[in-house]
Design a protein around this ligand. Sequence first.
Ligand code: MSP
Length: 666
Amino acid sequence: MSRFYITTPIYYVNAPPHLGTFYTTVVADSLARYHRAQGEDTFFLTGLDEHGTKIERIARERGLEPQAYTDLMAVKFQEAWRRAEITNDDFIRTTSARHVQAVTEMWKRMEEAGDIYPADYDGMYCVGCEDWKSEDDVIIEAGEKVCPIHHRPVERVKEKNYFFRLKKYAGRLLSLYETPGFIRPESRRNEVASFVRGGLNDISVSRMRKSVAWGIPVPGDHDHVIYVWIDALTNYLTVLGGPGAVAREGTSRERWHAAHHLIAKDILRFHAVYWPAMLMSAGLPMPAGVVCHGYLTVKGQKISKSLPATRVDPLLIADDLGIEPLRYFVLREYALGGDGDFTYEALLQRYESDLGNDLGNLLNRTVSMAHRFRKGTVPPFTPGAADAMEEVVKMGGGWAARSAGALWRDFSPAQALEASWKLIREANRFIDSRKPWVLAKHEDNKHEDNQGGDPLDAVLAICCESLRTTARLIAPAMPGTARKILAQLGRPESEAETWPADGQFAWPGGTMGAPEPLFPRLDAEKKAALIAKWMPADPAAEASPRADGSEPAAGHQHLLPIEKAELDRIELRAARILACERVPKTDKLLKLTLDIGSEQRTVISGIAGAYQPEALVGRTVMYLANLKPAKIRGVISQGMILTAGDTDVLALSAFDREVPPGTRIG
Ligand code: MSP
């Protein structure tokens, strides 16, 4: 039996999921769904990395015991994945007893192989990365050695540690990378191979319990705790029954051979170097490989929980748009491998064009015409009754199923969906060219162009079958939408669970449900309001739990330092409010006319909850003059005035003595 085992990284629980973690998890889910639809024995794992300094500290900062904190966060993750329609077969938590047992076993195997030895460590550690840093890995900021990823000072660690003989495995690792597909894409394989060729050092794999208590004890030496990455990587074996189960012949081992680790490039070295070396040391077989994708970014910056300004909340978007358009968007927009920038505008653009205009429209036209011309019932399609155009669409169905299938197998969701969309577009063109509404007017020319079939029935059946095939092709990405399409076509929803067989393109007949738009249109005003709602309002606030249930204060420690030159680009000026009025049909927005010395400016500001318009006229405030203009409620807003706080409890910036409008602030 063909098997497929897919894993996501197990996420740190120091913040709830964001668009970056959502992305990896949705990609893994769609791959799992595709392989399940093929009838393969599929196993999909995600979970949480709950040990280590980072988690211990954040829990204590919030006044919680680490276990209580991780328990709360685990609920948040599971709830988020449920809403994101993630169909993981298991959910691993590294604080679970089965995992502690598996890690202990893994350590013992590596120790028995003679690969663990004690030595003194004196070096640097980044808690953000949970990784050791060499002099070459750090940069200097404000006179301190900081991690270039987290921009936080690295910590000096000087203690007795256990080391793992990583260096010993360099040769075997290099041969492993020759296995086709072990590291995808190819560019990443080359990167890893040259890293290993550059020389490996043995790595420290434990911490003294007195400095890090939150972890799994080293077997036989409880003064030490196992390094969080050795702990975390072992999760992939835990769920199969641990190292011993994988070492023996049987289902666990077969699954293990089919294991693909889906990750982003931040943790490639751990998965492509440390992990295979650990497995070699423990006498265990290799997984199928590592599939590495790039970063989702916001304005070029990696989306990350430690940079709140990049925070994009998938569930907030889902509240308004539904989760499936967002699933579709991330799968379709970003080819696996490279980096990709996220914008709300691009999301709404695809919502409108791919989902509304292409897919939604095809369904709506088809179902409406079936109701109008055939009382909702479209009889089975008779093969052989097709004319040339019908043939094109039929072929398109077979082509799309074949190529999309190959692309899903090749870990290319974006291209698989692109191929699927060719069928949708072809079917829309087919309707335009065959004009069923004209055929309906001339029902008497029935027998002319289709060797005996009813031309209108044939056209409708081709449309229905294109949609039925489409539903099955998009089901890995949008399972609920696939079911809704089938329901509207009068077909069993369970058809979404199997992939269309090659050459199978025959409409079995169906009585349509009520036509219901899948992706309602959004006008410009609605789109602007949605974007305003989704934008991180107070990027410094983090949504992770505290003992008293309150939200943490602005996390200054998370702010990214900027250069003086960047500050110089920001034009802050004193501005006098000349006029102010409410923006109609909103309860938050005011329209301000500002005098900025050289000219007048119009600004829309969300302060109506806190200020009456007439109370503001004549006041002088701080104004950000060179913010890119944005259209809000049909008005071009030129810049913004500075306030503190949010929505109803906010304060306007002010000067403590008279300042002429236009005065530069700096
Ligand atoms: N706990 C470790 C992983 C241990 S696996 C044995 C860890 N956790 S993490 O919470 O930091 O998650 C990192 C992973 O989250 C990335 O490898 C990637 O899968 C996903 N992503 C986080 N931010 C992302 C982007 N901005 N873009 C794409 N993927 C993102 O590292």
